[in-house]
Design a protein. Structure first.
Ligand code: FAD
Lengths: 249, 387
């Protein structure tokens, strides 16, 4: 079975981003970029399926500028077999990415697509769901456990207030939650091997896909600065402040 | 001229950075501020991870099963590995494997089996015994410890000072006078610390509180002739190249600490408000941060250049001396400024700054004091005749 993994290039989670002065976005100049952490979990899950003998091939796809090759190489160093870069300088949005992934699915015919539940840049949490809808595939989002059956996947989902277990028919789209696994470190031999693994490059046009943004960003602004905390003397004072100042109870 | 990292180097750097942040720093919060060892179960667990990463025994040559890493990549790793509280003298608490004494790479095969490889595997510890009370900058002239031949043995009498970790070592290198004055009369012996006549006279307390230097005394200490490292009276000739090479990771460790201190200062200066504005809004503070940035950059490039020359097989003695000077001095300045920006908190043991501040001071003296490094450079640019 083939597993397709989606990996997005995003600002590293350790970076404090700065909003550009024209409020058009955040400053990406000289900023460290990494694989979206949820996608790292997706890569790990796919590689484990391969190590367990349940998958034969793990293909990693990234959509974006040519720099996304770095993230594909990282995924290859973690154990993916080959990469696909769909290169575009357009701002890529969930629907565009979902359409590209759909086209790649048509080409590669994987049984499972694993993607992060969201990317830490836009926090959209839409791509996996859109892909499933476009292709009419099963979908199991926010997975914290995945078990493959015969033509099915049984997935434990993290939902508000608990866990839900569902079984979906393959091909299906699975999106990863934080607790699904703990991604490994790459290893030196695998980093060296990754150099030789193939990466195919397409443009969206090659795939017959239009990724023109459908959403226009009007303004990006930083979150409001948090007020400094205060220390209260008594419980009564706390209750009073919560009631009359914060007005939350 | 290629000044950017290769894709592979970047991945290795990222991997080590993540390891330090996610595995080492959280454990450190539960350790004594001056600790230089992990709890043994944590240590074993992390050594296991490092082995899976294929990075254990970093300094073991490839032909003996070490990872295949060039000097430049090794230097980039060293810059990452010291970015935690104990990082200057105990990078990653040694979970990437032991550091071998440079001279042992020039040892005979039997000596390597017995001493070098066990050290690299982290099974044995060695000390480096050169400095004597009579002086460390110019040991060739200063060494007074004597070895006299007695059949198959050499009998050593004398003493050493400031010898790091000799109280916990299994063996060490002892430089002793076997011939006339100057560098042509000194031999290097490998000495087991359980040899009768080997005494650790006292611990010399220094501002590096986690780690003790020792004073050693040798009384009629019999060492077999097969334990001579290299040739008789050529104790200084061995491993000159490796000694200069050692200055590269020595510099890299300082840079890592500076990088971390600077990162802390940047973050703190944006949060801390005085007189109604963050510290980072004040030009006095901005200039400190700018100077940190410049100090780190110059130390990094000089160190990487020395490493790159070593990688290409070019001579790098002068470059190694330069990076040793610049990295040790600039890291000291960076930590000093970071401390100033942190105010009173900077000198508390709640932050690693005070430890780095103390330990970095040693770095201008150890591994060849900076005056001696300048002397090496002067000899290079003015002429070898210079004394
Ligand atoms: C914590 C610690 C650990 C150490 N660990 C070890 C160890 O494991 N093994 C070991 O062998 N040694 C070790 N040393 C010793 C260290 O290498 C020496 O202290 C160093 O070589 C300087 O020697 P010295 O202290 O005798 O100073 P001296 O040689 O007396 O020099 C005094 C000062 O004069 C300067 N100076 C010397 N010559 C000149 C000149 N020509 N022109 C201008 N200035 C000059 C020196 O730079 C120095 O600042 C350690 C030292 C310390 C503090």
């Amino acid at each position: 079975m083939k597993v397709l993994v989606a990996a997005k290039r995003v600002v590293d989670y350790n970076v404090n981003v700065r909003v550009l002065s024209d409020e058009s976005g955040v400053d990406l100049n000289n900023v460290k970029m990494s694989v979206n952490p949820f996608d790292e979990i997706a890569i790990e899950e796919a590689v484990r399926l391969k190590e367990a003998g349940q998958a034969e091939e793990v293909i990693v796809v990234s959509v974006g500028t040519s720099a996304c090759q770095e993230q594909i190489r990282t995924a290859l160093a973690l154990g993916a077999d080959r990469g696909i870069l769909v290169e575009t300088d357009e701002e890529v949005q969930p629907l565009g990415i979902a359409k590209v992934l759909k086209a790649i699915m048509d080409k590669e015919q994987p049984e499972i697509v694993i993607a992060g539940k969201q990317a830490i840049d836009g926090d959209n949490s839409q791509t996996g769901q859109m892909l499933a809808a476009l292709g009419g595939y099963g979908q199991a989002t926010f997975a914290s456990e995945v078990e493959l059956g015969d033509g099915t996947a049984t997935v434990t989902r993290e939902i508000d207030g608990g866990l839900e277990t569902i079984t979906v028919k393959l091909p299906a789209v699975i999106t990863t939650d934080l607790r699904l696994n703990e991604p490994r470190y790459a290893s030196l031999p695998n980093i060296m091997k990754a150099k030789k693994k193939p990466i195919d490059t397409y443009t969206p046009a090659d795939l017959g896909v239009d990724v023109t943004p459908s959403i226009k960003t009007l303004k990006v602004s930083p979150p409001a600065e948090r007020q400094a905390g205060i220390v209260v003397e008594t419980v009564e004072e706390l209750v009073d402040k919560l009631k009359n100042e914060a007005k939350v109870i | 001229m290629e000044l950017s990292l290769s894709n592979e180097q970047q991945m290795i750097v990222d991997m080590v950075r993540r390891f330090v942040r996610e595995e080492i720093v959280p454990l450190e919060m539960h350790l004594d501020p001056d600790a230089d060892q992990l709890e043994s179960d944590d240590r074993e667990r992390l050594v296991g991870k490092v082995k899976e990463m294929g990075l254990y025994g970093l300094d073991i040559p490839v032909e003996y099963g070490g990872p295949d890493i060039d000097v430049v990549t090794r230097t980039l790793m060293a810059i990452e590995m010291s970015q935690h509280r104990a990082g200057l003298y105990a990078p990653c608490y040694g979970v990437f494997g032991g550091a071998g004494l440079a001279q042992l790479f020039e040892a005979s095969d039997a000596q390597k089996e017995k001493y070098l490889y066990p050290t690299l595997r982290g099974e044995k510890r060695g000390f480096f015994g050169l400095t004597e009370p009579s002086g460390g900058s110019d040991p060739a002239r200063a060494i007074q410890t004597r070895a006299i031949q007695d059949g198959d043995d050499w009998v050593i009498n004398g003493g050493k000072i400031f010898i790091s970790g000799a109280d916990k070592a299994d063996f060490g290198l002892v430089f002793a006078r076997t011939g006339g004055e100057g560098r042509g009369g000194v031999t290097c012996f490998i000495v087991d610390t359980d040899t009768p006549g080997f005494h650790v006279r006292r611990i010399v307390h220094t501002l590096r509180s986690a780690h003790y230097a020792t004073e050693l005394q040798f009384e009629d200490m019999h060492v077999p002739a097969i334990n001579i490292l290299g040739q008789l009276n050529k104790g200084f000739a061995i491993a000159n190249d490796r000694l200069s090479r050692q200055r590269i990771p020595y510099s890299a460790g300082c840079i890592g600490v500076a990088v971390k201190a600077h990162e802390m200062a940047l973050e703190y200066s944006k949060q801390r408000e005085t007189f109604g504005a963050p510290l980072s809004n004040r030009q006095a503070i901005q200039w400190m941060l700018v100077d940190n940035e410049i100090d780190i950059k110059q130390a990094t490039w000089l160190t990487l250049e020395a490493a790159d020359r070593a990688r290409r097989g070019d001579s790098f003695r002068k470059e190694a001396a330069m990076c040793k000077i610049v990295a040790t001095e600039s890291a000291g300045r960076v930590v000093d400024r970071a401390m100033q920006i942190h105010g009173g908190y900077g000198v508390t043991k709640d932050f690693p700054l005070e430890r780095w501040y103390r330990e970095l001071r040693i770095r201008r003296i150890g591994e060849g004091p900076n005056e001696v490094q300048r002397h090496i450079i002067a000899r290079d640019i003015i002429g070898a005749g210079l004394r």
